[in-house]
Structure formats: structure tokens, C-alpha cells
Design a protein around this ligand. Structure first.
Ligand SMILES: Cc1cn([C@H]2C[C@H](O)[C@@H](COP(=O)(O)OP(=O)(O)OP(=O)(O)O)O2)c(=O)[nH]c1=O
Length: 189
């Protein structure tokens, strides 16, 4: 029995896209980076905490496998999570404009007796964005709830000059890596 410990509608949509059947678990894990914690370690730790919290809720279910994931945008060593408000989104998009950043997604699978994870790093180049374009984009509401204040699957697709890596990973769940991981747990789509 597969569970997705995530409130992200994108992660549900992505898992459904590859034909996996699963139930959703509501987990709420604080996303706080420790002083000096490298971005990759932070993303992996948070994903593991989400999967672990989910597993606690279903540990009694026979053959339960729980997925947890985290996605963050990294530029110049700074981690951009979900913007707190429009001013935060504006600051993020101004910094990302015309630059290449990393999107780090980590996914953990946890069952009784087995824990495995994959961390995927993509490089995304955003075209230079002028102030009017950024303002219009924020007004669509799309930046909210998304790491780095943009959604590759939405209007922001028009801003993406180059992507090296995995589209699904930027969206929140690296599908190739996740399905490979799940095959180690006997789960196939
Ligand atoms: C960069 C980028 C991120 N995102 C989203 C994916 C994630 O939902 C979100 C990053 O926040 P996360 O903290 O990884 O996930 P979440 O809070 O949405 O869901 P949960 O913790 O319950 O699993 O940003 C996009 O949808 N498109 C993008 O292009």
C-alpha cells in the first residue's frame, strides 16, 4: 500500500501521471534550515522528516510504503522556499531574473525495515524579467505555494530559457527517480 505524505497538489498529479495508486497523508513538518546546513542536506532532511512523520501514522498497515519529498530553489548559496507574501515573491523573482539557479528535489521512501532516498538537482535559467512582467506574474497568484516563487508548469514556462535536469523534479517530484525507488519496494505503476 503506497502513501504520499504531502499536501502538494503537484506531487499528487505527478504520481497519478505515471499510473501509481496511493493515498494521501497530511503531514506538517517545520521547514527550518540549520545554521551552515548545506542546501542538499537540508532538502534531503526535510523530505525524510515528511516521509517519517507519514510513516508513523500508518506503521500499523501491512506493507505500507510512505513517500515524502521536498523541493527548494538555490541561488548563490541561498535557499528560496515558498514566498511568504508578494514582497517576498518580488524579491525572489528579481534575483532569479536572467540567472541560472538550481532546483533541488529530494524524495524518501520509508517502510517497515527499509528507507531509501534520491536527491535530484536541476539547473534552470530564467530569461531577464522586467519589472512589469514580474508584477503581472505575481498578480496571477501563481508564485504562492511554490519554491522560488514560480511554477514551471504554469505561466512561468514562458520565462524558462533553459532547463538541464528533470521537469517533474522542478515541479516537485522527480518521476524517473521516484518510480525507480519504488520498484525497490515492490511497487510499480
Ligand atoms: C520550482 C517549482 C516548485 N513548485 C512547487 C512544488 C512544491 O509543491 C513546492 C515546494 O514546496 P515543498 O515544501 O517542497 O512542498 P509543499 O509544501 O508544497 O508540500 P508538502 O511539504 O506537503 O509535500 O513548490 C512547483 O509547483 N513548480 C515549480 O516550478
Amino acid at each position: 500500500m503506497l502513501y504520499l505524505a504531502s499536501q502538494s497538489p503537484r506531487r499528487r498529479q505527478l504520481l497519478e501521471q505515471v499510473g501509481l495508486r496511493f493515498s494521501v497523508l497530511d503531514v506538517d513538518v517545520p521547514e527550518l534550515r540549520r545554521a551552515g546546513e548545506p542546501p542538499e542536506d537540508y532538502v534531503s532532511r526535510v523530505a525524510r522528516e515528511k516521509a517519517g512523520a507519514g510513516f508513523l501514522a500508518v506503521a500499523a498497515v501491512e506493507r505500507a510504503v510512505v513517500l515524502g519529498a521536498d523541493t527548494e530553489v538555490v541561488l548563490d548559496g541561498d535557499i528560496f522556499g515558498k514566498p511568504a507574501d508578494a514582497a517576498d515573491a518580488l524579491a525572489m523573482l528579481r534575483r532569479l531574473s536572467g540567472r541560472t539557479h538550481q532546483v533541488i528535489s529530494s524524495v524518501w521512501a520509508v517502510s517497515a525495515g527499509r528507507e531509501e532516498h534520491v536527491t535530484q538537482i536541476s539547473e534552470v535559467t530564467l530569461a531577464p524579467l522586467d519589472e512589469a512582467t514580474i508584477a503581472r506574474y505575481i498578480a496571477t497568484g501563481e508564485p504562492f505555494g511554490k519554491a522560488g516563487a514560480y511554477g514551471i508548469q504554469g505561466h512561468a514556462a514562458a520565462f524558462i530559457a533553459h532547463l538541464s535536469g528533470s521537469h517533474s523534479s522542478v515541479m516537485g517530484l522527480p518521476l524517473h527517480e521516484t518510480t525507480r525507488l519504488l520498484s525497490h519496494f515492490g511497487i510499480v505503476g
